[in-house]
Ligand binder design. Structure first.
Ligand SMILES: [Zn+2]
Length: 109
């Protein structure tokens, strides 16, 4: 059996592992999992398959850069179309904002 590429101690077991993106399950895929540190390794072939399924489910590339704008005395953040569609957001809808840390803002729908 191969040893883990990260901790170099644990042995790698073949397993099917669940893979999620943005909190949604993409599916279960074959991987090698380290029995010591729990690190998961997907083969190149399976990585490609995961990307394909993620794209097919509309979960690919939802992260986006945006700039903070100004609206009167407050600041606003424009949401890209792909995020609006994924979250099914509508104008006038009320959301909850709170900082999760000094570097992370959460918008709850
Ligand atoms: Zn390991």
């Amino acid at each position: 059996m191969e040893k883990c590429y990260i901790c170099e101690k644990g042995k790698l077991e073949n397993k099917k592992v669940p893979y999620s993106v943005h909190g949604e399950l993409v599916g279960e895929f074959p991987a090698q999992v380290c029995v010591a540190c729990g690190e998961t390794f997907f083969s190149e072939e399976n990585s490609k398959k995961i990307t394909e399924v993620t794209k097919a489910k509309g979960l690919f590339g939802l992260g986006a850069r945006t700039k903070i704008g100004e609206a009167g005395s407050t600041l606003d953040i424009r949401l890209p179309q792909k995020i609006i569609q994924f979250l099914k957001l509508k104008k006038g809808e009320e959301v909850m904002l709170y900082p999760e840390s000094r570097h992370r803002l959460v918008v709850e729908i």
